[in-house]
Design a protein around this ligand. Structure first.
Ligand code: R1P
Ligand code: URA
Length: 289
């Protein structure tokens, strides 16, 4: 067995001959074409993943057309040499369906030494917009470092630490002439954008502004620097199958100052490019060493 080969803790998989990646729609006869994958980058929108793929294509292959890509009404994926970029939608239920299928693809294609990186947007907790956060790990409602999913109707709790080496390499990928800061800290991962993140502008709200202030202060005291909705799923699921993973998100609103972003659409587009730039530099460096 090749060292570093992706292995899955599912004894039933090898009995299944008609295994089908139902949501990614990658047919069995094409799985072997993914054997060279070393990096899987995931993010909420198809557009962000396509932008990352285009930038990687420019840097790695001189900007030819994106040849290996597929977009359906659930997800979109783009393969650029050893990098697979896949969208995941909003929240861990949507993310987890995609990740199960990506992990099966990596296993079936006999991939080795794969790293998984989420590239996203987030709210900052005392952190200004435009700052890029590389998570040390995720905590979830209940304030524990676990991704809580389920198995046969019972809670399944998976630890949510980021891979330390990968995180440090990503932080060190910042260049002196980048316009943005890169910091590290804990991420609060929620299942909801409104009450789940202590907003008061959802369709209903059961608490006061003072409760909201206390909640955000508590997060700060726990070492939380940002809030988003998939980090725990990425880190918990990657840990379960032994793949190194990290989460890199740009702050689009400082939640100690506002509910929603105050930046212009042009600034928002620029912010979204910051984590792409950082991760792209990391990948290009790794591939050239
Ligand atoms: O920008 P993405 O990657 O979608 O991430 C963040 O944005 C969405 C909420 O607007 C959630 O998915 C959250 O995690
Ligand atoms: O505040 C924010 C911003 C982006 N994504 C989130 O989940 N929360």
């Amino acid at each position: 067995m090749c060292a570093g080969r992706v292995q899955l803790p599912n004894p039933h998989l090898d009995d299944e001959d008609g295994d089908y990646l139902m949501h990614l729609e990658i047919p069995r006869e094409k799985w072997h074409l993914f054997n060279d994958i070393k990096f899987v980058c995931v993010g909420g929108t198809v557009g962000r993943m396509e932008e990352l793929a285009k930038q990687l294509n420019e840097s790695l292959r001189g900007g030819t057309d994106l040849e290996d890509s597929f977009v359906n009404q659930r997800y979109g994926w783009f393969k650029v040499g050893p990098v697979l970029c896949v969208s995941h939608g909003i929240g861990t239920p949507s993310l987890s369906v995609m990740l199960h299928e990506v992990f099966k693809l990596l296993y079936r294609a006999e991939c080795t030494d794969v790293r998984l990186i989420r590239i996203g947007t987030c709210g900052g907790v005392g952190v200004r917009h435009g700052t890029v956060v590389v998570s040390t790990g995720a905590i979830t409602p209940g304030f524990e470092p676990v991704y809580v999913t389920s198995s046969l109707g019972e809670p399944l709790r998976l630890p949510t630490d980021a891979d330390t080496d990968l995180r440090e390499e990503l932080v060190n990928s910042k260049s002196a002439d980048d316009y943005f800061d890169v910091i590290s800290g804990k991420t609060f991962c929620t299942e909801d954008f409104y009450q789940g993140q202590g907003r008061i502008d959802g369709s209903f709200c059961d608490y006061s502004k003072e409760d909201q202030r206390r909640f955000l202060q508590k997060l700060q005291e726990l070492g939380v620097v940002n809030i988003e909705m998939e980090s725990a799923g990425v880190l918990g699921m990657a840990g379960k199958v032994g793949i190194r993973a990290a989460v890199v998100c740009v702050v689009i609103v400082n939640r100690l100052e506002a509910e929603l972003p105050t930046a212009t659409p042009d600034e928002m587009r620029e912010f979204e490019d910051y984590p792409i730039k950082l991760v792209k530099r990391y990948i290009i460096n790794k591939l050239s060493n």
